[in-house]
Design a protein around this ligand. Structure first.
Ligand SMILES: *Cc1c(COP(=O)(O)O)cnc(C)c1O
Length: 411
């Protein structure tokens, strides 16, 4: 396979680029924690970094390494570290790169658990400013002399705000800041953050990349765009080799190894299989999302629909510039007269469930579930109405989905 191979060709054939046992077309599941060596000098060499090989399952596993190479290919990055969950990836990344007294700027429109995690970092002495990342000016205004890093998501969940990704990338480059983009909502099929000059890319592999809702996983990918030579927080031990890889080196050692949020080989296998159809699934999911949002936007029992693909969305033009499609997740508010729970209970095809990026279409009443812990004050400040419903659109037939909403709204 040549370097110019297309997205899906590259994923489907990536395992074969390395020697693979018995010609197996899938990277085997290496259910092992430890690796033995005939010559003790080789074992020592592995630990000293002079001999290539595997040390211990918390840091490396061949099945997980194969998935890491696949994710690097998808994101056009130089190296990837996988974690047991997306939250494991985000928490470990910040833990490995920031220190007490550091400051970072984050989008205010964040996955709820990431928001909660960042508040914990604040408690532990790493300060964070939450800003409206749809405007680069708001990010610029929050930068201080002790700012180290900027963190944004591509499309926020559940209200679908789109970050000003390319301009924030320019800003971070000018100011020498690490730029972290959580690409979970778009996945590398809809958007490659390296094109916006991201330094590090986060993906929750649990969502679109795995795609089947059957395994948890997360990843951090180094794009090679950031020169870590000028970043003070790299420990002397990791100041060796190519300066463009110092960050991911430290994340693997100080982060994955010491913190231990490792991915297991079974999850890596499932996610690798799921990732083969990422582009096919998302094409269908985005087409379904377009059909559903256009239907609901015109319905008189629906008050508002939030989806960057709709012309009235505030970042509609930005989303068109940045993304192949405007994603497969949207949210909407029912008219006052429609009972939220009765409506949800009338849905027959759509499943009432959390998670997103599954093959099945999933609906969740946001204020009563994933944003419940925040309380009414913070929900109001984030624009989360009590009747807001989030829909993660699956691969079912579009007519069945539209028909399901039609009968549930009519009831
Ligand atoms: C789900 C999600 C995460 C966390 O991923 P897990 O695999 O559930 O830990 C992080 N960021 C975004 C945008 C997500 O949607």
């Amino acid at each position: 396979m040549h370097e110019s191979a297309g997205f899906t060709t590259s994923i489907v054939h990536s395992d074969r680029l390395d020697p693979i046992e018995h010609g197996s077309l899938h990277k085997p599941v290496h259910a092992t924690v430890a690796y033995g060596y005939e010559d003790a000098r080789d074992l020592a060499g592995v630990f000293q970094g002079t001999h290539s090989g595997y040390s211990y399952g918390r840091q490396v596993n061949p099945t997980v390494s194969a998935l890491e190479r696949k994710v690097s290919r998808m994101e056009n990055g130089v190296a990837t570290v996988c974690f047991g969950t997306g939250m494991g990836a985000i928490g470990t990344l910040l833990f490995a790169l920031l220190r007490q007294g550091d400051h970072f700027v984050s989008s205010a429109f964040l996955f709820g658990n990431t928001n909660s995690l960042f508040q914990s970092f604040h408690v532990h002495g790493i300060d964070v400013a939450f800003v409206d990342a749809t405007r680069v000016e708001a990010v610029a205004a929050a930068i201080r002399p002790d700012t180290r890093l900027v963190f944004v998501e591509t499309i926020a969940n559940p209200r679908t705000q789109v970050s000003d990704l390319a301009h924030i990338g320019d800003l971070c480059r000018d100011r020498g800041l690490v730029y972290v983009v959580d690409n979970t909502m778009t996945s590398p099929w809809l958007f490659q953050p390296v094109t916006a000059d991201a330094s590090l890319i986060v993906n929750s592999l649990t969502k679109y990349i795995g795609g089947h809702g059957n395994a948890l996983g997360g990843a951090v990918t180094e794009t090679g765009r950031f020169d870590w030579g000028a970043f003070d927080n790299i420990y002397d031990t990791y100041r060796t080799g190519d300066t463009r890889r110092w960050g991911i080196q430290q994340i693997r050692k100080k982060g994955l190894r010491d913190f231990g949020a490792a991915m297991g080989p079974d999850a890596a296998h499932r996610i690798a299989i799921g990732s083969e159809t990422l582009a096919l699934r998302l094409e269908r999911q985005c087409a379904n999302t377009r059909a559903l949002t256009e239907y609901l936007d015109a319905h008189d029992r629906v008050a508002k629909v939030y989806y960057p693909g709709l012309p009235h969305h505030p970042e509609h033009d930005l989303a068109r510039e940045l993304f192949r499609h405007p994603g497969a997740l949207f949210s909407f508010e029912l008219d006052d007269g429609v009972d939220l729970f009765a409506f949800l209970n009338r849905l027959r095809v759509v499943v009432k469930s959390s998670n997103l990026g599954d093959n099945r279409t999933l609906a969740i009443p946001v204020a009563h579930t994933i944003y419940h812990e925040m309380g009414p004050g913070r929900r109001a400040s984030m624009g989360i109405a009590d009747s807001l419903i989030r829909i993660s659109v699956g691969i079912e037939d579009a007519d069945d989905l539209v028909g399901d909403f039609e009968q549930a709204l009519a009831g």
